[in-house]
Design a protein around this ligand. Structure first.
Ligand code: ZN
Length: 125
């Protein structure tokens, strides 16, 4: 990790987010073709939905599954010294605090639809 601004990200990070985007496209294509049940896609954990409503950052995108919900992004940090279920990052202050206190952790950004509970990994850094 370079310690550079989280907005720029490393080239591997960008590569990873392209992979996740492709995975999402594939899943949505299968859903629209009727190969995946909505209940298999929209299985967000109640805690995730709660976090989405409390600290989710609006993405400005409309959910592609239900076409109603506003997608929010939530960041979680996982690391050797962090809780096993990860730690929800409420904002950039929280992220700075984590960076100051922990050497090793990985952040996952998940997109969640509070309406239909669709959830998908967006990127990792
Ligand atoms: Zn939705």
């Amino acid at each position: 990790m370079s310690g550079a601004s989280s907005r720029t990200g490393t080239s591997t990070g960008e590569y990873a987010s392209v992979e996740y985007l492709l995975a999402k496209r594939a899943i949505l294509r299968e859903f629209k073709a009727g190969q995946i049940a909505k209940s298999d896609l929209c299985d967000a954990h109640p805690d995730l939905i709660r976090a989405a409503k409390a600290v989710g950052v609006p993405s400005g995108e409309v959910c592609e599954v239900c076409q109603v919900g506003d997608i929010v992004h939530i960041s979680y940090a996982f690391g050797p010294k962090l809780p096993a279920h990860g730690r929800c990052i409420a904002g950039s202050d929280e992220l700075a605090k984590l960076r100051a206190n922990f050497d090793e952790f990985t952040c996952y950004v998940v997109e969640v639809c509070p309406e239909c509970h669709w959830n998908h990994l967006v990127r990792r850094f």
